[in-house]
Design a protein around this ligand. Structure first.
Ligand code: PLP
Length: 341
């Protein structure tokens, strides 16, 4: 059961565009894995557009996958909106999500459609974001330190206890970082690197955005994060600067999936189609979300990270989203990194 105290019901602000009288009595249950502000804005706009009430629960990516898995005998939610694509691919391969090819797929950028093709349309790309980190400029100036510009810089003793990154079991951001390092260095060398930087990490947080929020507040020097999350903090006036690692980095295709045998399948498809439109994706910026949107008609914000100006790895989404690889890497992280704390 979903605890009602965690649910946010978006209600219609004005009576527009009700598709039918019956629709107004319908509910959609959504698990949302992007930032709270964007989750809420999207739920409210969908309700305003259709009259369908949205019961929304915000969950970090890995936590959403775990919940969907735990509920699979009796699914409680209809749609999982947002969160890094690796976990959506694993949900697809584990049979937790429903195939659906929306007519609006034709409006999407190629990388978003590829996410659908990889999984037989059991998931679809809705945004992309580049992995990197943000650092607190005031802290670095005060300490007279050079900011880290490459992954290898994060090993410097200067940064002891000054880095926060999330736990890849709960966080899509942190899993993207783990999979990126494995693709950059090879698996054994990536785990050696993670052991070497462990002394610089003060905390493995549950949420992928906790580290950059802490850096924004000056509670830590560096937060490993998606660059759009760093930009969001900078746009809000905090003294943080984004770094796209110069030795190469990974990226995410944030995704959306319909949950298999969810309680409201028709309403779920209505949401899915709407969520791919330029109108829906255009809500992101006002909600402080700087991800690059999948719909071709939504221009990235000028501040958004530029995919073509970043040294990106050729991220193998099918492999690193597969149940076999993802489960193996997470188990190894538990055994070799978390257990050493
Ligand atoms: N917030 C934003 C802005 C994101 O883009 C993502 C991942 O797609 C998340 C949160 C996911 O958070 P977490 O790393 O805790 O799963």
């Amino acid at each position: 059961m979903i605890g009602t105290k965690h649910l946010i019901f978006a209600t219609a602000v004005s009576a527009i565009a009700l598709t039918s009288g019956a629709a107004s009595a319908q509910n959609l249950v959504m698990y949302c894995s992007v930032q709270q502000s964007w989750c809420e804005a999207t739920a409210a706009a969908f309700t305003k557009e259709t009259g369908i009430r949205v019961a929304m629960q915000r969950k970090d990516t890995g936590a959403a996958l775990a919940q969907i898995r735990a509920e699979s005998a009796n699914p409680q939610a209809d749609v999982w909106w947002g969160g890094s694509g690796d976990a959506h691919i694993q949900a697809a391969s584990d049979g937790l999500t429903q195939e659906y090819k929306s007519p609006n797929v034709s409006e999407l950028r190629d990388w978003a459609v590829e996410q659908g093709e990889t999984t037989g349309y059991k998931t679809i790309g809705i945004y992309s974001g580049v992995l990197g980190w943000g650092y607190n400029t005031e802290f670095f100036e005060r300490e007279g330190l050079d900011p880290p510009l490459a992954w290898s810089d994060l090993e410097k003793a200067d940064y002891e206890g000054e880095i926060q990154v999330a736990n890849p079991n709960t966080s899509g951001t942190a899993y993207t970082a783990l999979a990126t390092l494995v693709q950059l260095y090879g698996e054994d060398e990536a785990f050696d690197y993670l052991k070497r930087i462990d002394g610089n990490i003060s905390e493995y947080t549950q949420s992928g955005t906790a580290g950059i929020r802490a850096a924004a507040l000056g509670e830590t020097g560096i937060g490993i994060a998606f660059l759009h999350d760093v930009i969001q903090q900078a746009a809000a006036g905090f003294p943080v600067k984004a770094v796209a690692p110069s030795d190469g980095t990974g990226y995410e295709i944030g995704s959306m999936s319909l949950i298999k045998d969810g309680p409201n399948p028709d309403v779920a498809k209505t949401f899915y189609d709407w969520a791919l439109t330029a109108e829906a994706q255009g809500l992101a910026l006002d909600a402080g979300a700087y991800q690059i949107q999948a719909n071709k008609n939504v221009e990235p914000a000028p501040e958004a990270p530029k995919l073509d100006e970043t040294k990106l790895i050729d991220y193998d989404f099918a492999k690193y989203g597969s149940a076999e690889t993802r489960s193996h890497l997470l188990k190894r992280w538990d055994n070799e990194i978390a257990s050493q704390r």
